[in-house]
Design a binder for this molecule. Sequence first.
Ligand code: PMP
Length: 395
Amino acid sequence: MQPMTFRFPVSSRFGDEPADPVGDLFSVLSRGDIISFAGGIPDGALFDVDPIRDSFEFVLGRHARRALQYGATPGEPELRAAAAALVSRHLPTAPEDILVTSGSQEGIYLSAQALLSPGDVVLVEEPTYLAAVQAFSLNGAKLVGVAADAEGMLPEALDEAIAEHAPRFVYLIPTFANPSGKTMGRRRREAIAEILLRAQVALVEDDPYGQLRFSGEPVPPIASLPGMAEQTILLNSMSKVMAPGLRIGWMRVQGPLKQILGIAKSAVTLQSPALNQLAIAHYLTHHDLDAHIARVVGPYRERRDALHAGLLAILPATATVTRPDGGMFCWVTLGDDTDTARLLPVAVEEGVAFVPGWSFYASDPDRSTMRLSYATNSPDTIAEGLGRLAAALGR
Ligand code: PMP
């Protein structure tokens, strides 16, 4: 990364040496000959383009002036109603409890704005989603990592961390987490909920991947467990199941927090794009999102299998690899003294890339970890990329 020099002072929020590990990585990936397992993006070839085009044409044909005008901060009524119907599959939700956002990333940022004062502690699972850590840090949070096992955050460790740090909220991705691919089972969710209810600590439950399930049984969101709806901001997104370029997601939140979030949202974006909202609302009511998801999960399952089995075949015996039932990521722990940040340039020389795991930790990184996405490569390309990774590992 180039050192940053400014002619004028910039905010102290960014620290003396702002690090942008993912931005740095993506500049390397512009080299066309690299097989990348680095990005966490859906496969554009699988987008439901024709029905999306039809939805935009319908909105521009019938409601052009409204779609091109300013709209209400919490979102267009049609989309709030369609989103409430989707969330109500797990948790009864009124359209008034939906605040439309520009992707769940905005939901993460607005949650931080609404809940945090400078110096407040946010508890996150180790490892966790990097851009959430950035959003919390920019809002003055002190991040504290909580230990996890194969199912995610450990209830005992959460209990201890709450007693020690009096956090303002806990941030979790309980289903197909980024970066780990892990999913919390129902029992674990109940144990976490019980602790949060007892301690009266809020939960920001980030669920952009939950609908992208290709094996195993669905697990309801923590927000739907008894008592938790009042204490949780649930974040959903159309990015992974429909198209991230639309930049539409929503927060499911009830009670007086809605007002604060509305103030925060109008200070940042006023509203999310009305045209996209109305087109998505039309898509959700006149086309078949479930059928689309059912079509895309087949290829994702094949790619997960190719990446997971292929990794097991090339990695040392000390390594562990997660095998997610959905979402986009396998998480590798080499479990030896390899530093994957040092391995990456060697891998890029061989023509393959991944994200070194250290950047996903709030406190104490395991430097032998890495995140690999299977979402955008065919099984054959995955096999070729793993051959290159094996070469980089000297295997
Ligand atoms: N949360 C998680 C866990 C993610 O992985 C992502 C995307 N990488 C987001 C939120 C943000 O997604 P979007 O804003 O496109 O909904």
